[in-house]
Ligand binder design. Structure first.
Ligand SMILES: Cc1cc2nc3c(=O)[nH]c(=O)nc-3n(C[C@H](O)[C@H](O)[C@H](O)COP(=O)(O)O)c2cc1C
Length: 171
């Protein structure tokens, strides 16, 4: 798919077909995540937990409801011990998340950013489900759900451009 089409048509896809996403596509999405800009090359905080197990998806869904019926969810986890610049992990993780959503569109899939950080209670609950018992250094950031868009949920262009938000030279 052309880059312009990918970036223009990406939408938040909240319902998916009951159809598996291939491991090959999941790997491509993970690679796109790790291709993102980071605050220090080689010292990015990102790690990823791929969840396909229906019971685990349902548990995550108790906290983030849109996760329940997704064929696959990827929990983005910031491992602060890996990071060189330890205070900007949310920016590092956000760059990875967006890259992953765009790669999903490129592959004919759809995705949703399910926010987790910075609410610590939510981060702790998600962490517990995926095997993190202390979020001091290992922080669940968001959950990206991926799948084939259900009917009526296809990626399509919705114009979000707003000229009034652009300032030239000075604010
Ligand atoms: C930080 C962040 C957190 C989000 N959390 C959720 C969420 O918990 N649940 C949800 O349905 N959508 C979530 N979204 C998706 C937004 O609602 C969505 O991007 C926005 O409505 C714009 O729609 P679009 O993605 O189709 O352009 C989140 C997006 C971001 C960037």
């Amino acid at each position: 798919m052309e880059f312009e089409e990918i970036i223009r048509t990406r939408r938040s896809i909240r319902q998916y077909e009951d159809r598996e996403v291939s491991d090959d596509d999941i790997l491509k999405i993970l690679k796109a995540g790790m291709q993102a800009p980071g605050s220090r090359l080689g010292a990015e905080p990102w790690e990823f937990v791929v969840v396909k197990d229906k019971e685990t998806l349902a548990k995550l869904g108790e906290i983030k409801p849109r996760v329940t019926d997704a064929p696959v969810a990827i929990v983005l986890v910031a491992n602060i011990e890996r990071a060189f610049y330890k205070t900007v992990w949310q920016q590092d993780m956000g760059a990875a998340a967006e890259n992953m959503l765009l790669e999903a569109v490129n592959l004919g899939l759809g995705g949703l950013w399910n926010g987790v950080a910075p609410e610590e209670e939510r981060m702790a609950k998600i962490g517990e489900i995926i095997g993190i018992d202390d979020i001091t250094e290992t922080k669940p950031y968001c959950i990206i759900t991926i799948g084939y868009p259900a009917e009526g949920w296809e990626n399509k262009f919705m114009d979000k451009f707003d000229e009034e938000r652009i300032h030239y030279e000075k604010y």
